[in-house]
Design a protein around this ligand. Structure first.
Ligand code: ADP
Length: 607
């Protein structure tokens, strides 16, 4: 419960005004519940019991005796005038009008709460998405994508369904329960004391069941994360699953997980369903006790309770049965929802390990050089993927990184935009350590073109202008022309407004690549990082892409990872990576002359 209030305190402040209104409406509805019941007592007494009639008016004053006397007096007048039967009907009309007001205010209360509830859910969703995008790439090697998807969708939904829907109960029901209980005290002290003995026992039993729900619920949410993970993986690997006839195998794996999930959910829901019968049973016990005790008070002619008041008392008690039941249900739901919120919180509280410290330097231009100074890097703090590597890249030059797969080339270039941070040494741009630069400025200096062009399910126009806030159509067309992409874009039906499908699936590999080059051209960064940009293409598209890349690289500083050595022949400098170290550097001709790894790689590719 403590956690629940902590969460409320975190998310409710922006909705203070709505909360105040909801609170007000709930107070008003409680007042009408009490007064509709309270109005019944004197009327019933006068109408049903002749000895309660009052025929003399007292002088009005703020004195309970005078008020009671005069209320009874007017009711007696009505009874005399209309007769007992019609007066009962009038009583009915009074109760109905009060109830109309009561239910009206209850609705207004819920109406206001719906706004708060959906607002808070939206806020949680936005917060977790923002954090997901902010988290460094390194975070995702440990946490699986499916699990993250589950946290940002299913867990948020769970919080909405349980915690937020309980909020209404929490705001409304205690007010009704407390208000009505207090007035029940006034009607009959003895009877209400009885109720008070049973209520805590009821609360205790329900609380015990609720607690055990949380753990099982957590297990269930974790499991659904795993299931989503498998779905995500299967969809993106469908081609391979089919090619290897692995449908059966992967279906079996999926079936095991869903079976496991079924068992957890059975346990969870069966326990949760205990809430209703338990509270119903305990509620009935209370009603029986009230009947028995109240009945015996009347039968014994104990003058602490008369018949009309007993009817009113039962009416009041009836009014709190539903809120009390809903309240106990809410207690269960909150436990379940808090399990989901804990999973969300793990993401929200995850440390942003790539930080920018206060007062970091701004940089809008790149003038001299990029310098890797004795850097070492490890993904897991165990094996060093890069070992004490140094390299200086002068402005305007093209440096090619070659070497066997797994030798650390991608890691090396990923360090420059700070996708990861080095553990030892430092990287400097124009003499400033990149850790001292504003992260936005640092990344603004660079453009990326990767092996698989990363595109979004949107129009061609939006994919090219990605990352550039204000671009005119002319600029976009110019970028597309330089990237050899304008022609194929113009030949599509809707031109720049064509949607390219999931990850650009409606385009060929070369077209995707040229779009991502157009994107880099439009961004116009001084530094370029190209990761095997042409390796997945056939010769013809490779030519087009290669030309586009050459246009892109003009007058820029480029770091190029290449598998095919023919593509980097013209680089100003070639660095050969081997097991996390740069073992050879030089131009193509120089390296061929050394007779080392480069020459071996080269002759392998030539043969
Ligand atoms: P290259 O680009 O030369 O093929 P990489 O830089 O991709 O090499 O990989 C270098 C080493 O780092 C490999 O041994 C690889 O297994 C490991 N590695 C790459 N990415 C990760 C990661 N996200 N988490 C852990 N290890 C990684």
């Amino acid at each position: 419960m403590k956690d629940f209030f902590r969460v409320l305190k975190l998310y409710l402040p922006p909705y203070k005004k709505n909360l105040l209104f909801a609170f007000l409406f709930n107070i008003l509805s409680t007042l009408f519940i009490i007064s509709s019941m309270a109005a019944m007592a004197p009327m019933l007494q006068v109408i049903l019991q002749d000895d309660q009639e009052v025929r003399a008016l007292m002088e009005w004053s703020f004195d309970s005796e005078a008020i009671e006397n005069n209320v009874y007096y007017y009711i007696t007048l009505i009874k005399d005038h209309y007769g007992a039967g019609t007066s009962l009907l009038l009583l009915g009309i009074v109760v109905i009008s009060m109830t109309l007001l009561k239910t009206g205010f209850i609705y207004l209360g819920s109406y206001t709460m719906v706004g708060i509830r959906n607002g808070v859910t939206r806020d949680i969703r936005n917060k977790i998405y923002k954090k997901m995008v902010q988290l460094p790439l390194g975070f995702y090697s440990d946490e699986r994508k499916g699990d993250m998807m589950a946290r940002s969708t299913i867990d948020v939904q769970e919080v909405e369904a349980s915690v937020m829907s309980s909020l209404d109960m929490f705001l409304k029901n205690p007010i009704i329960i407390i208000g009505v209980l207090i007035s029940m005290f006034f009607v009959s002290l003895k009877l209400t004391l009885f109720v008070f003995i049973v209520l805590p026992i009821m609360g205790f039993i329900i609380g015990r069941i609720g607690k055990s729900l949380k753990k099982t619920s957590m297990e269930g949410q974790n499991k659904i994360g795993e299931i989503l993970g498998i779905i995500e993986e299967s969809l993106s690997g469908l081609r391979i699953i089919k090619a290897f006839n692995a449908e059966e195998r992967i279906t079996r794996r999926f079936r095991d997980e869903t079976e496991n999930y079924r068992q957890i959910n059975n346990r969870l829901q069966r326990r949760r369903d205990l809430a209703h019968p338990t509270s119903e049973f305990l509620g009935t016990i209370m009603v029986v006790i009230i009947f028995w005790y109240g009945g015996s008070l009347i039968l014994n002619q104990d003058n602490s309770l008369d018949f009309s008041f007993f009817i009113v008392y039962l009416g009041m008690f009836y009014q709190i049965i539903n809120p009390a039941k809903a309240f106990s249900q809410a207690a269960y739901n909150i436990q379940k929802g808090m399990a989901a919120y804990e999973r969300i919180e793990m993401v929200l509280n995850a440390e942003l390990s790539i930080k920018e410290h206060e007062g970091s330097t701004e940089m809008s231009e790149f003038k001299n050089n990029i310098e890797y100074r004795n850097i070492s890097f490890s993904y897991n703090n165990e094996v060093n993927v890069l070992k004490n590597v140094s390299l200086t890249i002068p402005q305007g030059k093209t440096v090619a990184l070659v070497g066997q797969s797994g030798s650390g080339k991608t890691t090396f270039v990923d360090l420059l935009p700070r996708f990861y941070d080095v553990q030892e040494g430092g990287i400097y741009i124009d003499g400033v350590n990149i850790k001292d630069l504003k992260l936005f400025d640092l990344r603004e200096l660079m453009g990326n073109v990767n092996q698989d062009a990363i595109l979004f399910n949107d129009t061609i126009y939006n994919n090219i202008t990605f990352g550039v806030e204000s671009a005119t159509m002319d600029e976009v067309i110019h970028a597309a022309k330089v990237a050899n992409a304008h022609e194929f874009i113009a030949s599509t039906e809707e031109g720049y407004e064509t949607k390219i499908g999931d990850r650009g699936s409606k385009l060929s590999g070369g077209q995707r690549q040229r779009l991502s080059i157009a994107r880099a051209i439009l961004k116009n960064p001084p530094i370029l990082i190209l990761d095997e940009a042409t390796s997945a293409l056939d010769t013809e598209s490779e030519r087009l892409v290669q030309d586009a890349l050459e246009n892109l690289m003009k007058n820029r500083t480029s770091l190029v990872i290449a598998h095919r050595l023919s593509t980097v022949r013209n680089a100003d400098q070639i660095c050969v990576f081997n097991e996390g170290e740069i073992v050879e550097t030089g131009t193509h001709d120089e390296l061929i002359g050394i007779d080392g790894i480069y020459k071996k790689l080269h002759s392998m590719q030539m043969s």
